[in-house]
Design a protein around this ligand. Structure first.
Ligand SMILES: [Zn+2]
Length: 528
């Protein structure tokens, strides 16, 4: 016990426990910018003051925006600004709180948007493919819906007298936005022509019709309650609202007959009759002409199907607004209500870019989503607005190899100290980004619409990329396993939060907790 070694060790322990770290750490460490920046981050955390009551809540959902998508989009965003990229942050990654969210559905290890968004909107995790109903409902069985309908945060906000809005770059009847307002045994029942005859006979209502009848249906579900309906609904999906009749086509029509509805109903005119003070818009010019301060209700259907990818937006027939423009306008209309508002914003096409195997489209839509979130930060008071940013699920999208710092994220792997691509064991170069499954390699040049991949059969396995520009917009990454469409992935997603109630977003949580964070912050139920 009296050996010199033990004595020295004891002395060293004494020194480190009693002397400030700054006195013992070398200057090479304490003067280092990584060190001081990280230290400042922790200091800032100690100054945070937590409030729980919010006036407004905005829930941003990046469909399919898993953690690898965030990392790659952050790097692409930085590189588009001339930086290395890795050191940057997407707008919402600067929010003070975050959590890790478990996404599985009650019956599925890897989930879909219908079950996941139902969990976020209702506090109840449910089965894959069903909307706004519990796991007791059976997918595709209309009769199983009755008695299993869930009430959503958007409906509770509406009952509380808040202004409400749902916007998406996907069809507004697609699973994620629909989970805010619809109850359906099948996410695919977007209009009556998508439903089996039996479901129609049994009295189930298609999703588009439920959006138009939101006010009426909510009042029927809660006798004595008087609501004024959704103030803002904007996205794609015009085909589900129009009758299958060429005469109903809009100037933006891509098909010879735009509408799909086989019941003869025109839900756009039904909405206009119901809300004569409301504004219906279907293109950029109509959108730009909206005066938010004097507009009480907006219904925007900017595309026959999904809206364009952001990188492909200029190719829209009649023109359509960006998600940033839509989000800003939605807030401007909703904040006319002094009681506050609840807004759901979906970036729907991050998911579609990945399904098509195009990192370019998935990432450029993620970058646009981050801009839309920054616009929300800039147009709201951080003291009164809770902003939540999350994803419904991830994708089988990877960032691989050992590329050097600042290597183009869409490029081939070039190792530290090298200028030529690293070769794999098959003597061919490979890209940093890749997919485990999907339609695989495409070299579509300057194409900006990822969906062009569906014109051809899957091409999976290794390709010789030595002469291929993998940074072009039309390049699709290699995939290992051939599938008709790249699939979702089962790992957790992130939740970022800012504003009153943000501190409730911590730890590893079930997706259903997100409803309760919104509920707690807005006080949606009388007993909280
Ligand atoms: Zn998907």
């Amino acid at each position: 016990m009296n050996s010199p070694w033990v004595t020295a060790s004891a002395l060293s322990t004494l020194l480190f426990s009693s002397v400030a770290a700054s006195a013992v750490l070398p200057k090479v460490q304490t003067d280092n910018q990584w060190f001081s920046n990280a230290q400042q981050t922790v200091t800032n955390k100690t100054k945070q003051v937590n409030k729980s009551k919010a006036k407004n809540v905005i829930l941003f959902v990046g469909d399919g925006m898993g953690v690898s998508t965030l990392t790659a989009a952050r790097i692409l965003d930085g590189q588009m600004k001339g930086n290395s990229g890795e050191e940057g942050y997407l707008s919402f990654e600067m929010f003070p709180y975050s959590a890790q969210v478990k996404t599985y559905n009650v019956d599925a290890q890897t989930p879909d948007s219908a079950g996941t968004m139902t969990a976020m909107m209702s506090g109840v995790k449910t089965d894959i493919g069903v909307l706004g109903v519990s796991e007791k409902a059976e997918r595709g069985n209309c009769n199983s819906v009755a008695g299993n309908e869930l009430v959503t945060a958007l409906e509770l906000a509406e009952i509380k007298g808040l202004a409400t809005g749902v916007v998406s770059t996907a069809r507004i009847t697609h699973a994620t936005p629909a989970a805010a307002y619809a109850k359906s045994a099948d996410r695919n029942w977007e209009d009556v022509s998508d439903m089996p005859e039996e479901a129609v006979t049994q009295g189930c209502e298609d999703i588009a019709s439920q959006l138009i009848n939101f006010e009426k249906n909510l009042e029927a579900r809660f006798p004595g309650v008087d609501v004024d309906g959704i103030e803002v609904a904007m996205g794609g999906g015009r085909r589900h609202f129009l009758p299958k009749d060429e005469a109903a086509n809009s100037a933006d029509a891509a098909s010879s007959v735009e509408g799909d509805r086989t019941d003869g109903r025109n839900l756009v005119t039904e909405w206009q009759t119901q809300y004569p003070e409301g504004q219906y818009v279907m293109d950029q010019a109509g959108f730009d002409a909206l005066d938010a301060s004097s507009t009480s209700k907006v219904f925007g259907l900017f595309n026959e199907s999904h809206m364009q990818y952001e990188a492909d937006r200029a190719n829209d027939i009649a023109g359509e607004p960006s998600l940033t423009q839509i989000t800003t306008k939605a807030i401007d209309v909703l904040d006319n209500n002094d009681k506050g508002f609840m807004l759901v914003v979906e970036s729907g096409r991050v998911d579609h870019g990945h399904h098509a195997g195009s990192a370019f489209n998935a990432l450029t839509d993620t970058v646009e989503f981050a801009k839309a979130i920054q616009a929300a930060v800039d147009n709201t008071d951080p003291e009164e607005t809770l902003i939540l940013v999350t994803a419904d699920h991830s994708h089988v999208f990877t960032i691989a190899g050992y590329p050097k710092r600042g290597n183009p994220i869409l490029g081939k792997v070039v190792a530290v100290g090298e200028t030529e691509p690293t070769l794999a064991s098959d003597d061919m170069p490979y890209t940093t980004l890749g997919y485990t499954n999907g339609r695989g390699y495409r070299n579509l040049g300057d194409e900006t619409n990822a969906d062009a991949t569906y014109n051809d059969d899957p091409v999976v396995g290794r390709q010789d990329l030595s002469q291929v520009d993998t940074q072009s917009s039309g390049y699709h990454q290699e995939a290992l396993i051939p599938t008709s469409s790249e699939t979702h992935a089962g790992e957790d997603v992130a939740l970022h939060a800012s504003g009153p109630g943000a501190h409730l977003s911590q730890g590893v949580i079930e997706q259903s907790v997100i409803f309760h964070i919104i509920n707690k912050s807005l006080g949606l139920m009388a007993n909280n």
